[in-house]
Design a protein around this ligand. Structure first.
Ligand SMILES: *[C@@H]1O[C@H](CO)[C@@H](O)[C@H](O)[C@H]1NC(C)=O
Ligand SMILES: *[C@@H]1O[C@H](CO)[C@@H](O)[C@H](O)[C@H]1NC(C)=O
Ligand SMILES: *[C@@H]1O[C@H](CO)[C@@H](O)[C@H](O)[C@H]1NC(C)=O
Ligand SMILES: *[C@@H]1O[C@H](CO)[C@@H](O)[C@H](O)[C@H]1NC(C)=O
Ligand SMILES: *[C@@H]1O[C@H](CO)[C@@H](O)[C@H](O)[C@H]1NC(C)=O
Length: 525
């Protein structure tokens, strides 16, 4: 072996050792469709405390991205499906998107954006063919924009796809191929991804297999083995995850893409909203999954190269659409407030730990007033109203609060509304049927929640005297800092302004105090 060859090999090994930690670790999907989302800085700390070193976001939320800046957490940034048509229509729209939502966060805030995920399950059968025409052109335009922005190497494109883009006529992985109505399109997409070094991203949900088919063998949904494995040639599949994943690998291989890198973009198990969505099953599934990740376990078709995996999801989201089912709002490893649902040992060997520094609203609940009889004709409308605007999914069949008696059931609905409305004055008033109590009405598995304080509450219930104490500050900043304010207001958009105020409220004004000329402002204090 020549010196150069030896050196080359040595460098090669160095490189592969060096690059190993990058693919290590576990990822999580971080969605923000919540009435009272946890503040982004608390979530980033939660991620770091738990050694979760990758996140997948569904859109470019500025405060979320900023909080991820210089955190050491790698980001897959999603583009919502509504953006596919505009992005497909012109490269310059894609360039603006990349400039505002990728380049700016990388250069200004040091966000480690490694992937842009264009669209979200765009070929889901339920979308009919709505995004069929726009997905590939949008992908191409975003790729071109990334190259133009000088990010072609650093940021890769991908498309998170639902597992129904491929199928197997006989149920065996080896017969896997892409769905016939989108096969040509899928092959063009995969070729484009391969040409640009992007992976294919696939969402796999054993829970949904169980949910959709009452005869689905339960053990096969988990990772602990099954008495009746699926035998495919020389391979015995003992869990649906491996069988499903390998169906894709076969489909890729058959079409000449045997080496295509694959990411599992979503996988997880919900804890409420369905008889199979419970803490015991979720723990069993997610612990099995995390053990695989910790052991770098691949699948029979790809034993040596396990996929990067993003668990769905980090935190519960009480504003998600429940069209797929009531379980949709309960996928989190953590509850809405970052508390732990069940013990879980992560790939770093530590137990899951809860969020720190969470601020709650006051310890009070809204319940059905004791003097109201359950026969009161106004109740039905009030409960209906509460559950239209707030999350009552835990009351449904097979859910954590399904066992409540009628009174508590009504109270649960009232309280959800009251909490999601930030305990605002008047939010616990259902035709005078309800009262506020300081006694926790929670029972067994059913939690009567207290929402996170996101600052909206203070504005709503501030008494007249407390409010007037802020007036000099407002006046002060208006009189002394006009220049600063005008600049500030010009620099940020209205939407950003709203978000900033929602998150920091009037505390923001304090920021301007140091800039005020003392003599001018003194009389105002
Ligand atoms: C950046 O992303 C956000 C959120 O997805 C979107 O509202 C905004 O329009 C995007 N910016 C551009 C220039 O497209
Ligand atoms: C994790 O939590 C479980 C149950 O709460 C406990 O038995 C176990 O000792 C903990 N493990 C570690 C590593 O802290
Ligand atoms: C409680 O409320 C939910 C939703 O409003 C309903 O589906 C359920 O049947 C109720 N249960 C009882 C015991 O009233
Ligand atoms: C409830 O709202 C009504 C008007 O919508 C008001 O007259 C009443 O005083 C309120 N009751 C309470 C307890 O706040
Ligand atoms: C609620 O009670 C208040 C007085 O406590 C009364 O003025 C009001 O009319 C009541 N509202 C309804 C909708 O019953």
């Amino acid at each position: 072996m020549g010196l150069y060859a030896a050196l080359y090999l040595w460098l090669f090994f160095l490189y592969s050792f060096h690059s190993a930690p990058i693919v290590d670790g576990v990822g999580c999907n971080w969605g923000v469709k919540a009435s009272n989302p946890l503040p982004p800085d608390i979530v980033v700390r939660l991620l770091r405390d738990n050694g979760i070193n990758k996140v997948k976001l569904f859109e470019a939320e500025p405060l979320v991205l900023r909080a991820l800046g210089r955190s050491g957490i790698e980001v897959m940034l999603g583009v919502p499906n509504e953006f596919l048509a505009p992005l497909a229509s012109s490269v310059s729209i894609a360039e603006q998107w990349v400039m505002q939502n990728v380049s700016a966060f990388i250069s200004k805030y040091g966000v480690d954006i490694s992937y842009v995920a264009v669209g979200n399950e765009p070929f889901l059968k339920t979308y009919k063919s709505m995004y069929k025409q726009t997905t590939l052109p949008a992908l191409q335009n975003v790729q071109a924009a990334l190259i133009k922005a000088g990010l072609g190497k650093q940021v890769k494109v991908t498309i998170p796809l639902n597992a129904d883009v491929y199928q197997s006529p006989n149920g065996l992985p080896s017969a896997g191929d892409f769905r016939s109505d989108i096969k040509d399109l899928m092959l063009r997409i995969v070729r484009f991804l391969q040409d640009n070094g992007g992976p294919i991203t696939i969402n796999i949900y054993p829970f949904l297999s169980l949910y959709a088919d009452p005869h689905f063998p339960i053990d096969y949904a988990f990772f602990g083995g099954t008495s009746s494995p699926v035998v495919d040639g020389s391979i015995s599949y003992t869990n649906v995850f491996e069988a499903n994943y390998d169906t894709l690998i076969w489909a890729l291989e058959k079409n000449g893409f045997g080496n295509m890198p694959v990411i599992v973009g979503e996988i997880g198990w919900p804890t409420d909203g369905d008889p199979h969505a419970n803490v015991e099953y979720a723990r069993r599934f997610n612990q099995g999954l995390l053990n695989r990740i910790a052991q770098h376990q691949g699948t029979p078709k790809r034993p040596m190269t396990p996929p990067d995996i993003y668990i769905f999801a980090l935190i519960d989201e009480d504003r998600k659409s429940i069209e797929p089912g009531n379980f949709e709002r309960h996928w989190g490893l953590f509850y809405y407030d970052g508390t732990v649902k069940y013990p879980l040992v992560l790939d770093n060997g530590q137990n899951l730990t809860q969020a720190k520094g969470v601020k709650y609203l006051d310890r009070q609940w809204c319940v059905l007033a004791p003097e109201i009889s359950i026969g009161d004709p106004r109740i039905a409308d009030s409960v209906n109203y509460a559950c239209t605007y707030a999350d009552c999914t835990s009351l449904g069949y097979g859910s954590s609060c399904n066992g409540l008696d009628v009174r508590s059931n009504i109270s649960y609905a009232f309280n959800q509304f009251y909490q999601e409305a930030d305990q605002q004055k008047g939010a616990c008033n259902f035709s005078n049927l309800s009262v506020i109590t300081q006694t926790d009405p929670s029972q067994q598995n059913c939690r009567f929640e207290i929402m996170i304080d996101t600052g909206k509450h203070e504005e709503a219930v501030t008494s007249a005297s407390a409010r007037s104490s802020w007036r000099p500050l407002l006046l002060g900043s208006a009189c002394c800092c006009r220049g600063a304010w005008v600049l500030f207001v010009k620099l940020i958009t209205r939407r950003q302004m709203k978000t900033i105020f929602m998150n920091f409220g009037s505390r923001l004004l304090l920021l301007f105090l140091p800039f005020m000329p003392r003599p001018l402002c003194a009389p105002l204090y």
